[in-house]
Ligand binder design. Sequence first.
Ligand SMILES: Cc1cc2nc3c(=O)[nH]c(=O)nc-3n(C[C@H](O)[C@H](O)[C@H](O)COP(=O)(O)OP(=O)(O)OC[C@H]3O[C@@H](n4cnc5c(N)ncnc54)[C@H](O)[C@@H]3O)c2cc1C
Length: 436
Amino acid sequence: MKQHFDIVVVGAGPAGLNAAQAAGRAGATVALLDDNPRAGGQIWRQGPGHPSQAPLQGLLATLKMQTNVTLMPSTRVIAPLRARGLLLESAELGGVSIGYGQLILATGARERLLPFAGWTLPGVTGAGALQALIKGGMPVRGERIVIAGSGPLLIAALATARAAGAQVVAVVEQAPSFEVARFGISLLAEPAKLRQAVTMTRGFAGVRYWTGSIVRQALGDGRVERVTIQRGRRQLTLACDRIACGYGLVPNTTLAQALGCAISEAGQIVVDSEQRTSVDGVLAAGECTGVGGAELAGVEGEIAGLSASGTPASGASTNRSLANPIALHTQRARWQRFATRVETAFALQAAARTPPDDATLLCRCEDVSVGEVRAWPDWREAKLQTRCGMGACQGRICGAAAGLYFGWQAAAPRPPFSPAQIGTLMGAGAEAPPTE
Ligand SMILES: Cc1cc2nc3c(=O)[nH]c(=O)nc-3n(C[C@H](O)[C@H](O)[C@H](O)COP(=O)(O)OP(=O)(O)OC[C@H]3O[C@@H](n4cnc5c(N)ncnc54)[C@H](O)[C@@H]3O)c2cc1C
Protein backbone atom coordinates (compact mmCIF):
# COMPACT_ATOMS: atom_id res chain seq x y z
CA MET A 1 0.00 0.00 0.00
CA LYS A 2 1.25 3.44 -0.82
CA GLN A 3 -0.42 5.16 2.12
CA HIS A 4 -2.01 4.04 5.35
CA PHE A 5 -4.64 5.88 7.40
CA ASP A 6 -6.16 5.03 10.77
CA ILE A 7 -9.57 5.72 9.27
CA VAL A 8 -10.73 5.98 5.67
CA VAL A 9 -14.15 7.55 5.05
CA VAL A 10 -15.81 6.86 1.68
CA GLY A 11 -18.28 9.60 0.75
CA ALA A 12 -18.11 13.30 1.61
CA GLY A 13 -21.81 14.02 2.13
CA PRO A 14 -23.30 15.00 5.51
CA ALA A 15 -22.46 11.56 6.98
CA GLY A 16 -18.88 11.35 5.73
CA LEU A 17 -18.00 14.96 6.55
CA ASN A 18 -19.23 14.59 10.13
CA ALA A 19 -17.50 11.23 10.48
CA ALA A 20 -14.18 12.65 9.29
CA GLN A 21 -14.48 15.69 11.50
CA ALA A 22 -15.22 13.63 14.63
CA ALA A 23 -12.46 11.11 13.91
CA GLY A 24 -10.00 13.90 13.11
CA ARG A 25 -10.77 15.65 16.37
CA ALA A 26 -10.08 12.41 18.23
CA GLY A 27 -6.54 12.49 16.77
CA ALA A 28 -6.79 9.75 14.13
CA THR A 29 -5.21 10.09 10.70
CA VAL A 30 -8.15 10.25 8.33
CA ALA A 31 -8.66 10.13 4.56
CA LEU A 32 -12.00 11.45 3.30
CA LEU A 33 -12.60 10.57 -0.32
CA ASP A 34 -15.43 11.23 -2.74
CA ASP A 35 -15.92 10.72 -6.45
CA ASN A 36 -17.19 14.29 -6.88
CA PRO A 37 -14.74 17.14 -7.43
CA ARG A 38 -16.18 19.00 -4.44
CA ALA A 39 -17.34 17.79 -1.04
CA GLY A 40 -20.98 18.03 0.02
CA GLY A 41 -22.63 14.87 -1.27
CA GLN A 42 -26.07 15.12 -2.82
CA ILE A 43 -27.81 17.69 -0.65
CA TRP A 44 -24.88 20.11 -0.41
CA ARG A 45 -23.68 19.58 -3.97
CA GLN A 46 -21.58 22.56 -5.07
CA GLY A 47 -21.42 23.87 -8.60
CA PRO A 48 -21.53 27.00 -10.71
CA GLY A 49 -23.89 29.40 -8.96
CA HIS A 50 -24.12 27.01 -6.00
CA PRO A 51 -21.16 27.76 -3.72
CA SER A 52 -20.89 26.07 -0.34
CA GLN A 53 -23.19 27.40 2.34
CA ALA A 54 -23.74 26.64 6.01
CA PRO A 55 -23.49 23.98 7.38
CA LEU A 56 -21.11 22.70 4.67
CA GLN A 57 -18.94 25.81 4.92
CA GLY A 58 -18.45 25.30 8.67
CA LEU A 59 -17.57 21.63 8.26
CA LEU A 60 -15.06 22.33 5.51
CA ALA A 61 -13.46 25.15 7.52
CA THR A 62 -12.98 22.81 10.49
CA LEU A 63 -11.62 20.00 8.32
CA LYS A 64 -9.13 22.40 6.74
CA MET A 65 -7.71 23.13 10.19
CA GLN A 66 -7.39 19.43 11.01
CA THR A 67 -3.98 18.63 9.55
CA ASN A 68 -4.47 14.92 10.25
CA VAL A 69 -7.43 14.81 7.80
CA THR A 70 -6.65 14.40 4.09
CA LEU A 71 -9.37 15.31 1.59
CA MET A 72 -9.32 13.27 -1.59
CA PRO A 73 -11.81 14.73 -4.11
CA SER A 74 -12.52 13.21 -7.54
CA THR A 75 -11.50 9.82 -6.13
CA ARG A 76 -13.50 6.64 -6.65
CA VAL A 77 -13.25 3.32 -4.89
CA ILE A 78 -12.70 0.79 -7.65
CA ALA A 79 -12.28 -2.37 -5.59
CA PRO A 80 -11.51 -3.65 -2.10
CA LEU A 81 -8.00 -5.10 -1.64
CA ARG A 82 -6.60 -7.70 0.71
CA ALA A 83 -5.60 -6.74 4.26
CA ARG A 84 -7.84 -3.71 4.77
CA GLY A 85 -6.98 -1.93 1.55
CA LEU A 86 -8.83 -0.11 -1.20
CA LEU A 87 -7.98 0.40 -4.84
CA LEU A 88 -8.74 3.98 -5.81
CA GLU A 89 -8.72 5.97 -9.00
CA SER A 90 -8.18 9.65 -8.56
CA ALA A 91 -8.28 12.45 -11.12
CA GLU A 92 -5.08 13.84 -9.62
CA LEU A 93 -3.14 10.70 -8.63
CA GLY A 94 -4.42 8.07 -11.07
CA GLY A 95 -4.63 4.54 -9.66
CA VAL A 96 -3.54 4.26 -6.02
CA SER A 97 -4.02 1.79 -3.22
CA ILE A 98 -4.46 2.84 0.40
CA GLY A 99 -4.69 0.92 3.64
CA TYR A 100 -6.97 1.54 6.61
CA GLY A 101 -7.35 0.52 10.21
CA GLN A 102 -11.08 1.27 10.18
CA LEU A 103 -13.30 1.99 7.20
CA ILE A 104 -16.42 4.16 7.34
CA LEU A 105 -18.85 3.74 4.47
CA ALA A 106 -20.85 6.93 3.91
CA THR A 107 -21.82 6.19 0.33
CA GLY A 108 -25.33 7.66 0.48
CA ALA A 109 -28.25 6.65 -1.71
CA ARG A 110 -29.26 6.57 -5.33
CA GLU A 111 -32.45 7.81 -6.88
CA ARG A 112 -35.07 5.16 -7.72
CA LEU A 113 -36.15 5.61 -11.34
CA LEU A 114 -39.15 3.62 -12.52
CA PRO A 115 -39.74 3.23 -16.25
CA PHE A 116 -42.77 4.50 -18.16
CA ALA A 117 -43.50 4.74 -21.87
CA GLY A 118 -41.18 7.33 -23.40
CA TRP A 119 -38.88 7.62 -20.38
CA THR A 120 -35.80 7.38 -22.59
CA LEU A 121 -36.67 10.59 -24.47
CA PRO A 122 -34.20 13.45 -24.02
CA GLY A 123 -35.59 15.78 -21.36
CA VAL A 124 -36.58 13.00 -18.93
CA THR A 125 -34.45 12.77 -15.76
CA GLY A 126 -34.87 11.86 -12.13
CA ALA A 127 -36.05 14.52 -9.68
CA GLY A 128 -32.78 14.37 -7.73
CA ALA A 129 -30.94 14.29 -11.03
CA LEU A 130 -32.63 17.57 -12.00
CA GLN A 131 -31.34 19.02 -8.73
CA ALA A 132 -27.83 17.85 -9.52
CA LEU A 133 -27.98 19.12 -13.12
CA ILE A 134 -29.21 22.57 -12.13
CA LYS A 135 -26.59 22.86 -9.37
CA GLY A 136 -24.05 21.70 -11.95
CA GLY A 137 -24.95 24.65 -14.17
CA MET A 138 -27.62 23.35 -16.57
CA PRO A 139 -29.82 26.29 -17.61
CA VAL A 140 -33.59 25.75 -17.22
CA ARG A 141 -34.79 29.36 -17.27
CA GLY A 142 -38.16 29.58 -19.00
CA GLU A 143 -38.53 25.80 -19.32
CA ARG A 144 -41.84 24.15 -18.43
CA ILE A 145 -41.03 21.30 -16.05
CA VAL A 146 -43.19 18.54 -14.61
CA ILE A 147 -41.74 17.10 -11.39
CA ALA A 148 -43.04 13.66 -10.53
CA GLY A 149 -42.58 10.50 -8.51
CA SER A 150 -42.67 10.52 -4.75
CA GLY A 151 -41.30 12.00 -1.56
CA PRO A 152 -39.83 15.20 -0.17
CA LEU A 153 -37.18 15.30 -2.90
CA LEU A 154 -39.91 16.49 -5.29
CA ILE A 155 -40.35 19.57 -3.10
CA ALA A 156 -36.60 20.26 -3.06
CA ALA A 157 -36.58 19.92 -6.87
CA LEU A 158 -39.55 22.30 -7.11
CA ALA A 159 -37.70 24.95 -5.10
CA THR A 160 -34.45 24.55 -7.05
CA ALA A 161 -36.18 24.62 -10.45
CA ARG A 162 -38.19 27.71 -9.57
CA ALA A 163 -35.13 29.49 -8.19
CA ALA A 164 -33.37 28.75 -11.49
CA GLY A 165 -36.17 30.44 -13.42
CA ALA A 166 -38.11 27.39 -14.61
CA GLN A 167 -41.88 27.25 -14.74
CA VAL A 168 -42.96 24.18 -12.77
CA VAL A 169 -46.17 23.06 -14.50
CA ALA A 170 -47.10 20.43 -11.89
CA VAL A 171 -45.75 18.31 -9.07
CA VAL A 172 -47.15 14.79 -9.47
CA GLU A 173 -46.98 12.74 -6.24
CA GLN A 174 -47.99 9.08 -6.19
CA ALA A 175 -48.82 9.03 -2.45
CA PRO A 176 -52.52 9.47 -1.61
CA SER A 177 -53.72 12.86 -0.36
CA PHE A 178 -54.61 11.68 3.16
CA GLU A 179 -51.07 10.31 3.70
CA VAL A 180 -49.51 13.54 2.46
CA ALA A 181 -51.89 15.60 4.62
CA ARG A 182 -51.10 13.46 7.67
CA PHE A 183 -47.40 13.92 7.04
CA GLY A 184 -47.91 17.69 6.69
CA ILE A 185 -49.66 17.81 10.07
CA SER A 186 -46.88 15.74 11.65
CA LEU A 187 -44.42 18.47 10.65
CA LEU A 188 -45.88 20.57 13.50
CA ALA A 189 -43.65 18.42 15.73
CA GLU A 190 -40.58 19.59 13.75
CA PRO A 191 -41.08 23.36 13.32
CA ALA A 192 -37.80 23.80 11.41
CA LYS A 193 -38.89 21.21 8.85
CA LEU A 194 -42.31 22.85 8.61
CA ARG A 195 -40.73 26.24 7.95
CA GLN A 196 -38.46 24.67 5.33
CA ALA A 197 -41.45 23.03 3.60
CA VAL A 198 -43.44 26.28 3.55
CA THR A 199 -40.45 28.20 2.15
CA MET A 200 -39.71 25.60 -0.52
CA THR A 201 -43.31 25.24 -1.69
CA ARG A 202 -44.29 28.90 -1.18
CA GLY A 203 -47.49 27.33 0.14
CA PHE A 204 -47.91 25.68 -3.32
CA ALA A 205 -48.96 29.05 -4.71
CA GLY A 206 -49.03 29.01 -8.51
CA VAL A 207 -48.26 25.31 -8.88
CA ARG A 208 -50.45 22.20 -9.17
CA TYR A 209 -49.58 19.61 -6.52
CA TRP A 210 -51.40 16.45 -7.55
CA THR A 211 -51.43 13.57 -5.07
CA GLY A 212 -52.49 10.01 -5.91
CA SER A 213 -51.19 10.62 -9.44
CA ILE A 214 -48.58 9.02 -11.62
CA VAL A 215 -46.78 9.69 -14.90
CA ARG A 216 -47.85 7.22 -17.59
CA GLN A 217 -46.13 8.44 -20.74
CA ALA A 218 -43.70 10.99 -22.06
CA LEU A 219 -44.45 12.07 -25.62
CA GLY A 220 -42.50 14.09 -28.14
CA ASP A 221 -40.68 14.13 -31.43
CA GLY A 222 -37.03 13.55 -30.53
CA ARG A 223 -37.51 15.28 -27.17
CA VAL A 224 -40.14 15.57 -24.45
CA GLU A 225 -43.04 17.78 -25.49
CA ARG A 226 -45.95 16.39 -23.45
CA VAL A 227 -46.63 14.14 -20.51
CA THR A 228 -49.65 11.95 -19.76
CA ILE A 229 -50.60 11.69 -16.12
CA GLN A 230 -53.01 9.26 -14.46
CA ARG A 231 -55.16 10.98 -11.81
CA GLY A 232 -57.55 8.41 -10.41
CA ARG A 233 -59.54 7.20 -13.42
CA ARG A 234 -58.72 10.24 -15.53
CA GLN A 235 -55.75 10.71 -17.80
CA LEU A 236 -54.53 14.23 -18.50
CA THR A 237 -51.89 15.48 -20.88
CA LEU A 238 -49.75 18.52 -20.10
CA ALA A 239 -47.34 20.32 -22.40
CA CYS A 240 -43.81 20.47 -20.97
CA ASP A 241 -40.13 20.72 -21.90
CA ARG A 242 -38.80 18.47 -19.18
CA ILE A 243 -39.98 15.69 -16.84
CA ALA A 244 -38.08 15.05 -13.61
CA CYS A 245 -39.41 11.81 -12.14
CA GLY A 246 -37.97 9.89 -9.19
CA TYR A 247 -39.58 7.49 -6.71
CA GLY A 248 -37.53 8.09 -3.58
CA LEU A 249 -34.07 6.76 -2.85
CA VAL A 250 -32.34 3.39 -2.62
CA PRO A 251 -29.34 2.94 -0.26
CA ASN A 252 -26.03 2.60 -2.10
CA THR A 253 -24.64 -0.64 -0.69
CA THR A 254 -22.28 -1.59 -3.53
CA LEU A 255 -19.05 -1.38 -1.54
CA ALA A 256 -20.62 -2.81 1.61
CA GLN A 257 -21.86 -5.88 -0.27
CA ALA A 258 -18.47 -6.43 -1.85
CA LEU A 259 -16.88 -6.30 1.62
CA GLY A 260 -19.36 -8.89 2.89
CA CYS A 261 -21.37 -6.60 5.19
CA ALA A 262 -24.84 -7.84 6.15
CA ILE A 263 -27.62 -6.13 4.22
CA SER A 264 -31.20 -6.00 5.53
CA GLU A 265 -34.22 -7.15 3.54
CA ALA A 266 -35.00 -3.49 2.95
CA GLY A 267 -31.62 -3.19 1.20
CA GLN A 268 -29.79 -1.19 3.91
CA ILE A 269 -26.40 -1.86 5.49
CA VAL A 270 -27.08 -3.38 8.92
CA VAL A 271 -25.35 -1.44 11.74
CA ASP A 272 -25.34 -1.60 15.54
CA SER A 273 -25.80 1.34 17.92
CA GLU A 274 -22.21 2.51 17.31
CA GLN A 275 -22.68 2.29 13.50
CA ARG A 276 -20.53 -0.87 13.23
CA THR A 277 -21.40 -3.25 10.41
CA SER A 278 -21.21 -7.04 10.61
CA VAL A 279 -17.62 -6.92 9.26
CA ASP A 280 -14.86 -6.18 11.75
CA GLY A 281 -13.27 -2.77 11.11
CA VAL A 282 -16.04 -1.55 8.80
CA LEU A 283 -18.61 1.03 9.93
CA ALA A 284 -21.38 2.72 7.97
CA ALA A 285 -23.38 5.92 8.35
CA GLY A 286 -25.90 8.00 6.46
CA GLU A 287 -28.30 6.93 3.77
CA CYS A 288 -26.43 3.75 2.86
CA THR A 289 -27.79 2.46 6.20
CA GLY A 290 -31.34 3.72 5.50
CA VAL A 291 -32.83 6.78 3.86
CA GLY A 292 -33.50 9.48 6.46
CA GLY A 293 -32.25 12.87 5.30
CA ALA A 294 -29.23 15.01 6.00
CA GLU A 295 -29.79 15.52 9.74
CA LEU A 296 -29.87 11.79 10.45
CA ALA A 297 -26.90 11.21 8.14
CA GLY A 298 -24.88 13.87 9.98
CA VAL A 299 -25.55 12.46 13.45
CA GLU A 300 -24.83 8.90 12.32
CA GLY A 301 -21.62 10.11 10.72
CA GLU A 302 -20.45 11.69 13.94
CA ILE A 303 -21.26 8.56 15.94
CA ALA A 304 -19.36 6.46 13.38
CA GLY A 305 -16.34 8.80 13.48
CA LEU A 306 -16.17 8.68 17.27
CA SER A 307 -16.72 4.95 17.37
CA ALA A 308 -14.03 4.24 14.75
CA SER A 309 -11.53 6.36 16.67
CA GLY A 310 -12.25 4.53 19.91
CA THR A 311 -14.35 7.26 21.54
CA PRO A 312 -17.82 5.93 22.40
CA ALA A 313 -20.42 8.35 21.11
CA SER A 314 -22.42 8.06 24.31
CA GLY A 315 -19.48 9.56 26.19
CA ALA A 316 -18.94 12.74 24.22
CA SER A 317 -20.76 15.11 21.98
CA THR A 318 -18.76 17.17 19.52
CA ASN A 319 -21.48 18.09 17.08
CA ARG A 320 -21.71 21.86 16.75
CA SER A 321 -25.48 21.73 17.29
CA LEU A 322 -25.56 19.33 20.21
CA ALA A 323 -24.90 20.27 23.76
CA ASN A 324 -24.90 17.28 26.09
CA PRO A 325 -23.25 13.85 26.17
CA ILE A 326 -26.33 11.80 25.39
CA ALA A 327 -27.41 14.12 22.63
CA LEU A 328 -26.01 12.12 19.72
CA HIS A 329 -28.03 8.99 20.37
CA THR A 330 -31.08 11.07 21.28
CA GLN A 331 -30.79 13.08 18.09
CA ARG A 332 -30.38 9.95 16.04
CA ALA A 333 -33.55 8.46 17.54
CA ARG A 334 -35.41 11.70 16.81
CA TRP A 335 -34.41 11.77 13.13
CA GLN A 336 -35.05 8.05 12.80
CA ARG A 337 -38.64 8.68 13.93
CA PHE A 338 -38.89 11.43 11.33
CA ALA A 339 -37.53 9.07 8.67
CA THR A 340 -40.18 6.49 9.58
CA ARG A 341 -42.90 9.11 9.12
CA VAL A 342 -41.54 9.98 5.66
CA GLU A 343 -41.31 6.30 4.72
CA THR A 344 -44.90 5.63 5.81
CA ALA A 345 -46.36 8.69 4.10
CA PHE A 346 -44.58 8.16 0.79
CA ALA A 347 -44.66 4.34 0.63
CA LEU A 348 -45.02 3.25 -2.99
CA GLN A 349 -48.63 2.45 -3.86
CA ALA A 350 -49.84 -0.27 -6.22
CA ALA A 351 -49.84 2.06 -9.25
CA ALA A 352 -46.12 2.74 -8.83
CA ARG A 353 -45.26 -0.87 -8.00
CA THR A 354 -46.97 -2.29 -11.08
CA PRO A 355 -44.67 -2.72 -14.09
CA PRO A 356 -45.57 -0.71 -17.20
CA ASP A 357 -46.48 -2.40 -20.52
CA ASP A 358 -44.18 -5.22 -21.65
CA ALA A 359 -42.92 -3.10 -24.54
CA THR A 360 -41.51 -0.38 -22.22
CA LEU A 361 -37.73 -0.42 -21.91
CA LEU A 362 -36.52 -1.49 -18.47
CA CYS A 363 -32.77 -1.40 -19.18
CA ARG A 364 -31.87 1.79 -21.02
CA CYS A 365 -28.23 0.84 -21.44
CA GLU A 366 -28.86 -2.44 -23.27
CA ASP A 367 -32.35 -1.74 -24.70
CA VAL A 368 -34.11 -4.59 -22.87
CA SER A 369 -37.88 -4.38 -22.38
CA VAL A 370 -39.99 -5.21 -19.32
CA GLY A 371 -41.50 -8.19 -21.19
CA GLU A 372 -38.09 -9.65 -22.05
CA VAL A 373 -36.96 -9.43 -18.43
CA ARG A 374 -40.12 -10.75 -16.79
CA ALA A 375 -39.80 -14.00 -18.78
CA TRP A 376 -36.98 -15.15 -16.44
CA PRO A 377 -37.20 -16.47 -12.88
CA ASP A 378 -34.59 -14.23 -11.24
CA TRP A 379 -32.25 -11.29 -11.79
CA ARG A 380 -29.19 -13.39 -12.48
CA GLU A 381 -30.94 -15.41 -15.18
CA ALA A 382 -32.52 -12.29 -16.69
CA LYS A 383 -29.05 -10.70 -16.90
CA LEU A 384 -27.47 -13.75 -18.48
CA GLN A 385 -30.23 -14.22 -21.05
CA THR A 386 -31.03 -10.61 -21.99
CA ARG A 387 -27.97 -8.49 -21.01
CA CYS A 388 -30.30 -6.47 -18.78
CA GLY A 389 -28.18 -4.61 -16.19
CA MET A 390 -24.92 -5.30 -18.01
CA GLY A 391 -24.48 -1.88 -19.60
CA ALA A 392 -22.83 1.31 -18.47
CA CYS A 393 -24.84 1.76 -15.27
CA GLN A 394 -24.33 -1.90 -14.31
CA GLY A 395 -27.94 -2.37 -13.26
CA ARG A 396 -28.02 0.51 -10.80
CA ILE A 397 -31.27 1.75 -12.37
CA CYS A 398 -32.97 -1.32 -13.88
CA GLY A 399 -31.84 -3.63 -11.05
CA ALA A 400 -33.72 -1.52 -8.48
CA ALA A 401 -36.81 -1.39 -10.73
CA ALA A 402 -36.74 -5.16 -11.38
CA GLY A 403 -36.32 -5.76 -7.65
CA LEU A 404 -39.42 -3.69 -6.92
CA TYR A 405 -41.57 -5.21 -9.69
CA PHE A 406 -40.57 -8.86 -9.43
CA GLY A 407 -39.25 -9.14 -5.86
CA TRP A 408 -35.79 -10.20 -7.07
CA GLN A 409 -32.64 -9.90 -4.99
CA ALA A 410 -29.77 -8.32 -6.90
CA ALA A 411 -26.56 -10.35 -6.94
CA ALA A 412 -23.59 -8.95 -4.97
CA PRO A 413 -21.71 -6.45 -7.16
CA ARG A 414 -18.27 -7.43 -8.36
CA PRO A 415 -15.36 -5.04 -8.80
CA PRO A 416 -14.37 -2.95 -10.60
CA PHE A 417 -17.38 -0.93 -9.43
CA SER A 418 -16.97 1.65 -12.16
CA PRO A 419 -14.99 1.89 -15.39
CA ALA A 420 -11.29 2.16 -14.52
CA GLN A 421 -8.06 2.59 -16.44
CA ILE A 422 -6.25 -0.62 -17.24
CA GLY A 423 -3.15 0.72 -15.46
CA THR A 424 -5.17 1.15 -12.26
CA LEU A 425 -6.37 -2.45 -12.38
CA MET A 426 -2.92 -3.83 -13.18
CA GLY A 427 -1.42 -1.75 -10.37
CA ALA A 428 -3.65 -3.55 -7.87
CA GLY A 429 -1.87 -6.78 -8.90
CA ALA A 430 -1.36 -9.26 -6.14
CA GLU A 431 -3.17 -7.13 -3.58
CA ALA A 432 -6.56 -7.87 -5.16
CA PRO A 433 -8.63 -10.44 -3.28
CA PRO A 434 -9.40 -13.61 -5.25
CA THR A 435 -12.63 -13.58 -7.28
CA GLU A 436 -15.02 -16.56 -7.34
C1 LIG B 1 -29.56 12.58 -6.92
C2 LIG B 1 -29.92 13.00 -5.51
C3 LIG B 1 -30.17 14.35 -5.21
C4 LIG B 1 -30.53 14.73 -3.92
N1 LIG B 1 -30.78 16.05 -3.67
C5 LIG B 1 -31.23 16.42 -2.44
C6 LIG B 1 -31.59 17.77 -2.17
O1 LIG B 1 -31.48 18.63 -3.02
N2 LIG B 1 -32.07 18.07 -0.92
C7 LIG B 1 -32.21 17.13 0.05
O2 LIG B 1 -32.65 17.42 1.15
N3 LIG B 1 -31.83 15.85 -0.17
C8 LIG B 1 -31.37 15.48 -1.38
N4 LIG B 1 -31.05 14.18 -1.62
C9 LIG B 1 -31.10 13.28 -0.48
C10 LIG B 1 -29.69 13.19 0.12
O3 LIG B 1 -29.17 11.99 -0.38
C11 LIG B 1 -29.58 13.16 1.65
O4 LIG B 1 -30.43 13.98 2.33
C12 LIG B 1 -28.15 13.40 2.17
O5 LIG B 1 -27.34 14.02 1.24
C13 LIG B 1 -27.59 12.05 2.57
O6 LIG B 1 -26.28 12.23 3.07
P1 LIG B 1 -25.23 11.04 3.01
O7 LIG B 1 -23.98 11.59 3.57
O8 LIG B 1 -25.79 9.81 3.59
O9 LIG B 1 -25.04 10.72 1.46
P2 LIG B 1 -24.67 11.63 0.19
O10 LIG B 1 -24.93 13.05 0.45
O11 LIG B 1 -25.36 10.99 -0.95
O12 LIG B 1 -23.09 11.42 0.04
C14 LIG B 1 -22.53 10.20 -0.40
C15 LIG B 1 -21.31 10.50 -1.22
O13 LIG B 1 -20.57 9.30 -1.44
C16 LIG B 1 -20.04 9.32 -2.75
N5 LIG B 1 -19.73 7.93 -3.14
C17 LIG B 1 -20.56 6.87 -3.21
N6 LIG B 1 -19.89 5.77 -3.61
C18 LIG B 1 -18.60 6.14 -3.79
C19 LIG B 1 -17.44 5.44 -4.23
N7 LIG B 1 -17.44 4.14 -4.55
N8 LIG B 1 -16.27 6.14 -4.32
C20 LIG B 1 -16.25 7.46 -4.00
N9 LIG B 1 -17.32 8.17 -3.59
C21 LIG B 1 -18.48 7.52 -3.48
C22 LIG B 1 -21.19 9.95 -3.55
O14 LIG B 1 -20.77 10.48 -4.78
C23 LIG B 1 -21.66 11.05 -2.60
O15 LIG B 1 -20.98 12.27 -2.82
C24 LIG B 1 -30.65 13.76 -2.90
C25 LIG B 1 -30.38 12.42 -3.19
C26 LIG B 1 -30.02 12.03 -4.48
C27 LIG B 1 -29.74 10.57 -4.76
